[in-house]
Design a protein around this ligand. Sequence first.
Ligand code: F1P
Length: 356
Amino acid sequence: MSETYQEILSQPSTWRSELRSFTERADEYRDVMHRYNSRDSIFIGCGTSYYLALTSAALFSGITGKKSKAYPASDILLFSQSVFGNAFGDYLPFLISRSGTTTEILMAAGYLKSEYDIDLLGITCRENGSLEKQVDYRFLLPEADEESVVMTRSFTSMLILVQYLSALTADDDALRNELLRLPDLGATLLGNSQDLAGEILDPGQYKRFVFLGQGPYYGLAAESMLKVKEMSLSVSEAYHSLEFRHGPKSMVDEEVLITFFVSEQGRDMEVTLIKEMRELSAGVLVICESADAEIRENADYLVELKSGLSDYARLPLYMPIPQLLGFMAAVNKGLDPDHPNNLSQVVTLEKTNFPA
Ligand code: F1P
């Protein structure tokens, strides 16, 4: 069986194992977070890890009330003034990297340390990676590491870590308890919907893919876009849901499958958009907590999570279906998701002439 497919299906058990580890280290993690309580956070990554940074910044602020933002590592190196202004010392950088060896993230770590001498936190899946040696504290998720090029369980597991750290920072035990339910909910979801991606793609109608989400769900939409693009070489786009009306909807026709990550907080506006896109003949996949009559009438395909979790706790449950969509779209095109075109497991740059 494909290693990418196995890793997608292994997410519930991986989440369970990593959450056990977070719980064992909760006091240590809480001390780390409280040590930097006065700082605003800045989440930094590349590719999938940048989309995780986007999701992380939105959820961290939503849960803790503290300011946070997200940047690709390349901006830290090329436009640091745009990132920090003159207040660089007030930030707590989280450097996110599955491999811990991506050139840009290592250079960003070195630059932040040498230029601003600020403490750095690292989030990685690989022990003894170079990143580990450059940060002041690293959160390690070895169970979530992958053989494959494409990141799936590493993304959702590192996301759960950030949710867990957010709950510790906010002393929100109710949220921490919600997170402990994710493995069982993920297992139920995959048990019920594992074949949905194949059913959606089987008629061969959909050639272009759009993913829409607001707030922390936009980072998930961006990551879903990348999964479909990386594995199936299809036209795949991501937008903040309501932004889609401001031009990009010009592309909508019956060959476009739009996946809506419906939140409870933005539900009313998101459902209105679903109806509009259905009228433009788009294929509509809705992933939501629970559907009402309007969603049922306008969704061609519907995934009701019925998790009982809050908007911020429920986030990882939205990812397995888009991951499987990318995988099946690749298989249907005769491509090998375990060996995506032009890609490698780690992006290293031979020649770097960053000004930093
Ligand atoms: C992340 C990354 C992914 C890319 C591929 C290779 O690197 O570049 O964005 O899609 O999976 O790895 P990392 O810094 O998280 O290891």
